[in-house]
Design a protein around this ligand. Structure first.
Ligand code: DON
Length: 576
């Protein structure tokens, strides 16, 4: 079995050393937790996309807060320190496993505004208007993050909300030091921000004097004021009053359709998680309006028919079988999945053992199936830094898995003037027209057509696994259409290929999504011989940039917590 590490140990050690020097310089040595790319903890762990957010979370846990308290603090902190995806202008999903109770899931996905309609991104000839669902005010759904955090906190939190938002407020007000990756990213997006905003002089991420550099201080005064309004007024500090008025004014200044009524009506929803078994483990993941849980469970249930561990990690046969399963699962997704409040999702049929076995039986062991038409579309992603996932375990063993997004990097690119936050471009996750792929190449139809107040279909897959009734893994990732296959692979890496959390997270990923009909490995991730063998089976390989940023926690055989932040980003674990 090849367990070649995509991101080598040396790479880790150098980065960890450099970051550790950076960290110790700014933060005196009084802390009693460990932090780094990968960390072993006895009791508690927080893994997020940014060191500052991980610190905020672990400090809440150190001071006796629970996993939900840490989640709230992390979520608001990410809105400040990770504006590419951390947000209050977007939405997401949470899976929560209390140590002594039922697993629950919360849907705080954005909703289509009341004035939305099915053809809103088409011209008079029925053609899609390029970019309309992706950039600018019309691309935004009604944000759900703030209500999601507040609802979860009301039900399970133990520390006052105001205290949990305080670290984020401070990071916005006093500033924080940006990383090298962030500096590069802000410089890269400068012209886009200027183009998409009425007044670029107040955009915190745009600097006119010189280019951003690593270690620059980023201060966000308007965002601090918005956070203060939420601290003081809770839900109403965002969905009513000044923040809502500023948001609606920003929408109206462009072609946006979100009104005060949309804001006032928004409510996150508690949903029944998708549950299932994989090789004796119990899996909990997110149901509609995310496709993640159903698709992941379909993949795992089909995988149980194959000895993937014996076939070997990244061996041609293994990748072939995974590809064939993925092809079928993404075809089901396109047809059957949408917001279950509006569309009858045949969940039981899709997860039926007999049905999945019949799909497995269709798979030829050495020949690729044709995905019918291969779409000619540009799938050459830049590094994907959009969306973000965080995993948390508290000292009592409560675990929370959250994936949140404003969709593509920096969402609609529109900052709410005076309120300092970015709005999402989540409307692109709807199927704007049957047969026309979204930005991730995903197809859809009626099930995911636009309707007022409907939630757009997501691929986000926050997941928690149990072994023998105890917590086993907390996992999730960004990556658009690749989210489902990245979570799937991380689980296989541990369960079938015997990897620890760090190796499972750092190993190269390979993706297939039915259409376009390519196997997408990360560049350099597969051996030449493996690629040739796959081509001989009839597959077409198209290498691409990095896939996903998995932030995960594993309870290992000694009962210790292995926290792993993805080496592809600034992701960071902190634990004690
Ligand atoms: O909900 C979804 O599936 C997408 N809006 C997620 C976007 C995403 O992960 C972008 N990250 N690379």
């Amino acid at each position: 079995m090849s367990t070649k590490r995509f991101y080598s140990s040396r790479f880790y050690l150098v980065r960890v050393f450099v970051l550790a020097v950076f960290v110790s310089h700014f933060f005196a040595c009084s802390k009693s937790y460990e932090e780094g790319k990968t960390v072993i903890g006895n009791k508690a762990m927080v893994v997020t996309a940014h060191p500052e957010a991980s610190r905020v979370g672990i400090e809440v846990l150190e001071n006796g807060g629970n996993a939900i308290d840490a989640m709230v603090a992390v979520h608001f902190a990410l809105a400040v320190v990770y504006p590419a995806a951390g947000n209050i202008g977007g939405g997401g999903f949470m899976i929560y496993r209390p140590v002594d109770g039922e697993v629950s899931s919360l849907d705080f996905r954005e909703k289509a505004p009341l004035a939305a309609f099915e053809e809103m991104y088409q011209d008079e000839n029925g053609e899609i208007i390029d970019g309309l669902s992706l950039a600018g005010p019309m691309a935004s759904g009604v944000p759900g993050s703030v209500d999601g955090m507040i609802q979860a906190h009301k039900k399970y939190g133990s520390v006052p909300l105001k205290e949990l938002i305080a670290p984020a407020y401070k990071l916005a007000k006093k500033g924080f030091y940006i990383t090298e990756k962030q500096a590069k990213n802000y410089n890269r997006y400068k012209s886009v921000f200027i183009e998409q905003n009425q007044d670029s002089t107040n955009i915190p991420l745009v600097r006119f004097d010189r280019k951003w550099q690593e270690g620059d201080l980023l201060v966000q005064q308007d965002l601090a004021s918005t956070l203060k309004r939420i601290q003081d007024n809770g839900r109403d500090g965002f969905y009513k009053g000044e923040t809502a008025q500023l948001l609606v004014a920003e929408m109206k200044a462009g072609n946006g359709i979100i009104e005060l009524e949309d804001m006032a009506k928004y409510e996150a929803k508690w949903r029944t998680p998708i549950t299932g078994e994989y090789r004796g483990l119990k899996v909990y993941s997110m149901g509609p309006p995310s496709s993640g849980g159903i698709a992941l469970m379909q993949l795992l249930k089909m995988s149980a028919h194959f000895p993937l561990g014996d076939l070997g990690f990244h061996q041609a046969k293994t990748i072939h079988l995974m590809t064939e399963m993925e092809r079928r699962v993404y075809a089901d997704r396109a047809k059957h999945l949408g917001d279950s409040d509006f569309w009858d999702v045949p969940k039981d049929d899709l997860l039926d053992d007999g049905y999945l076995k019949s799909r497995v039986d269709e798979i030829h062991l050495t020949n690729a199936t044709d995905s019918e038409q291969v779409l000619a579309m540009n799938f050459d992603h830049q590094e994907s830094e959009e969306t973000t996932h965080y995993s948390i375990v508290d000292a009592n063993g409560n675990a929370v898995s959250v994936t949140t997004t404003i969709n593509s990097g920096y969402g609609s690119k529109v900052f709410v003037t005076g309120a300092g936050f970015l709005m999402n471009n989540e409307m692109d996750d709807f199927s704007s027209k049957p047969g026309v792929p979204n930005v991730y190449g995903l197809l859809g139809g009626k099930a995911n057509a636009i309707q007022p107040e409907k939630r757009m279909l997501s691929a986000m897959t926050p997941t928690i696994l149990e072994k023998d009734g105890e917590l086993f893994m907390v996992v999730g990732t960004p990556g658009g259409s690749t989210i489902i296959t990245s979570v799937y692979q991380t689980i296989l890496n541990v369960v079938d290929h015997g990897m620890d959390m760090r190796e499972a997270v750092s190993s190269a990923r390979v993706h297939h999504q039915w259409k376009p009909n390519f196997i997408f490995p990360e560049k350099g991730g597969l051996e030449e011989t493996t690629k040739s063998a796959l081509e001989e089976m009839g597959h077409t390989i198209k290498e691409r940039g990095s896939i996903g940023r998995v932030d995960a926690i594993l309870v290992n055989e000694k009962g210790l917590l292995e926290g792993a932040g993805d080496p592809r980003g600034d992701d960071w674990a902190a634990g004690f």
